[in-house]
Design a protein around this ligand. Structure first.
Ligand code: NAD
Length: 417
C-alpha cells in the first residue's frame, strides 16, 4: 500500500475550505506549496569519539503575515513530508488567532533518549547553526515541540547569539524565564483551552459555573485546563485520565491535590484515592457537559465516537479525532472547538515572549493573562460568526477565517516581481 502523505492529507482539509469560500485558483496554487524547505545533514561528535551524521529539516510554509513560527521536534520518525504538513498547519493556527506570523516547523531525525546531555547539546547547537541562514528574529522563530524543551531553546538562542556576536532573544521562544522566557508560558495552552471551553459553554446557552467536565490527559495541557476551569470558572471536573487509566468523582476533583499526587507518583494519577478507577474509554463516554481530549492524536475514533455523551468537545490535543470519528460526532450534533483554535494559547504567549524579547521589556503575569484572554475570546467569536455565515462546522469555519486572512495578505502583497 502506498504510504499516506501527511502533507497530502493537510492539503485535502485546506481544499475543502478553499472550495466553500471559492478561493481564487491563483491564491490556491500559491498557498498549496511551502515557501522554503531546507534539509541539512550534519556531523556530531559522540561521547565515544565517533562521528554520527544526522538529518534535519526546517520548512517555512507562508510568511505573508509575518515571520515563520513553529516548533522543532527530535524524533526518529521525522520526515520532510511531516515537517511540511506541520508548517502548513502552523500558518492557519497563527492566522486564526490573528497574530502576525506565518507557519514554520522543524525536525531532526533522532531518538534522543539514549543520547547524553552533552550529545544533545552538540547536536542542538550544530543543527541551529546549520539552519541559521533561514531563521532569525524577523525571519523564522522556532520553539519547543516533541522531545525539545526550554534548555534546548536556551542553547539555540546562545548559539545564534554567539554567531551574531550579540544576544538575540527573539530568535526562539519557549526559553527559560532567566534568559528571556515569558511569564505565563507554561500554563498558556491550558489557559487557552479553559477560555475556549468557557466560550463554548456560553455559546450553547449554559452557565459555565454549573458545567461538568471530563479531561483525557493530565499532563501540561490537561492539568492546567482542569485547574483553571475549576478555580476560575467554577466547573466541576468529574473525570480525568492519563496513560495509566482514568478516575471518576461525581463531586468534582480537588485539582491541586491531584496535581500534587501526580507529581509525587512518576507523573501518573493511578492509585489516587479520592475517585473511582475507570478506563480511558469510560472517560470518553462520561456524561459530562464538556469533554477535553488533551492527550494524543486519534484518541476518538470510529469505535468510541458513538459513545461520546458530552455536548461540547474542546480539542486540547492536536488531531484528537480521526476523520471517521468526526463524521459520527457531527451527526450527534456535538459542538467542537477545533484543535488549532482551542490549543492556540501556547503560540499566542510565544508571540508575547517574542515581542518582549525584541523590546527587552518584560510584562507581568497579569498583563499576559489579560492579553491572552482577549485574543482567545475574539478568535472564538470570529470562528463562530463564520460558522454561522457559511452554515458550516467550527473546524471548517476556523479554516475559512485563517485562509481568508492569509489569502488577503498574499493578495495585497502581490506576486514579486
Ligand atoms: P504531556 O506529555 O505533558 O501530557 C500528555 C498526557 O497524556 C499525560 O498525562 C499522559 O499520561 C497522557 N497520555 C499519554 N498517552 C495516553 C493514552 N494512550 N491515553 C490517555 N492518556 C494518555 O503533553 P502536553 O504538552 O500536555 O500535550 C498534550 C497534547 O496537547 C498533545 O497532543 C500536544 O501536541 C498538544 N499541544 C500541547 C501544547 C503545549 O503547549 N504543551 C500546545 C499545543 C498542543
Amino acid at each position: 500500500m502506498a504510504e499516506v502523505s501527511l502533507y497530502e492529507n493537510a492539503l485535502k482539509q485546506f481544499g475543502k475550505a478553499a472550495d466553500i469560500m471559492k478561493l481564487d485558483p491563483n491564491l490556491r496554487e500559491v498557498l498549496s506549496y511551502p515557501k522554503r524547505e531546507l534539509t541539512v545533514n550534519f556531523p556530531v561528535r559522540m561521547d565515544d569519539g565517533s562521528i554520527k551524521v544526522f538529518t534535519g529539516h526546517r520548512v517555512q510554509h507562508n510568511v505573508a503575515r509575518g515571520p515563520a513560527k513553529g516548533g522543532i521536534r527530535y524524533h526518529p520518525n521525522v520526515t520532510l513530508d511531516e515537517v511540511k504538513a506541520l508548517a502548513f498547519w502552523m500558518t492557519w493556527k497563527a492566522a486564526v488567532v490573528g497574530i502576525p506570523y506565518g507557519g514554520g516547523k522543524g525536525g531532526v531525525k533522532v531518538d534522543p533518549s539514549p543520547l547524553s546531555i552533552g550529545e544533545i547539546e552538540r547536536l542542538s547547537r550544530r543543527f541551529f547553526s546549520e539552519i541559521q541562514m533561514i531563521v532569525g528574529e524577523d525571519k523564522d522563530i522556532p520553539a519547543p515541540d516533541v522531545n525539545t524543551n526550554a534548555q534546548i531553546m536556551a542553547w539555540y538562542m546562545d548559539t545564534y547569539s554567539m554567531n551574531m556576536g550579540h544576544s538575540v532573544l527573539g530568535v526562539v521562544t519557549g526559553k527559560p524565564l532567566d534568559v528571556g522566557g515569558s511569564a505565563g508560558r507554561t500554563e498558556a495552552t491550558g489557559r487557552g483551552v479553559r477560555i475556549a471551553a468557557e466560550e463554548g459553554l456560553k455559546f450553547m446557552g449554559d452557565n459555565p459555573a454549573d458545567a461538568t467536565v471530563a479531561v483525557q490527559g493530565f499532563g501540561n495541557v490537561g492539568s492546567f485546563a482542569s485547574k483553571l476551569l475549576k478555580d476560575e470558572v467554577g466547573c466541576r471536573i468529574i473525570g480525568v485520565s492519563d496513560v495509566s487509566g482514568g478516575l471518576y468523582n461525581p463531586d468534582g476533583f480537588d485539582i491541586d491535590d491531584l496535581i500534587r499526587y501526580r507529581d509525587e507518583n512518576k507523573a501518573l494519577i493511578k492509585g489516587y484515592p479520592k475517585g473511582e478507577a475507570i478506563t480511558n474509554d469510560d472517560l470518553l463516554a462520561m456524561d459530562a457537559d464538556v469533554l477535553i481530549p488533551a492527550a494524543l492524536e486519534n484518541a476518538i475514533d470510529e469505535n468510541n465516537a458513538k459513545d461520546v455523551r458530552a455536548r461540547i468537545i474542546v480539542e486540547g490535543a492536536n488531531g484528537p479525532m480521526t476523520p471517521e470519528a468526526e463524521d459520527i460526532i457531527a451527526e450527534k450534533d456535538i459542538f467542537v472547538v477545533p484543535d488549532f483554535l482551542a490549543n492556540a494559547g501556547g503560540v499566542v504567549v510565544s508571540y508575547f515572549e517574542w515581542v518582549q524579547g525584541l523590546q527587552w521589556y518584560f510584562w507581568d503575569l497579569e498583563d499576559i493573562r489579560k492579553a491572552l484572554h482577549k485574543i482567545m475570546k475574539e478568535s472564538f467569536s470570529s470562528v463562530v460568526n463564520t460558522a454561522r455565515k457559511y452554515d458550516t462546522d467550527m473546524r471548517t469555519a476556523a479554516y475559512l477565517v485563517s485562509i481568508e486572512r492569509v489569502a488577503t495578505a498574499t493578495r495585497l502583497r502581490g506576486i514579486y516581481p
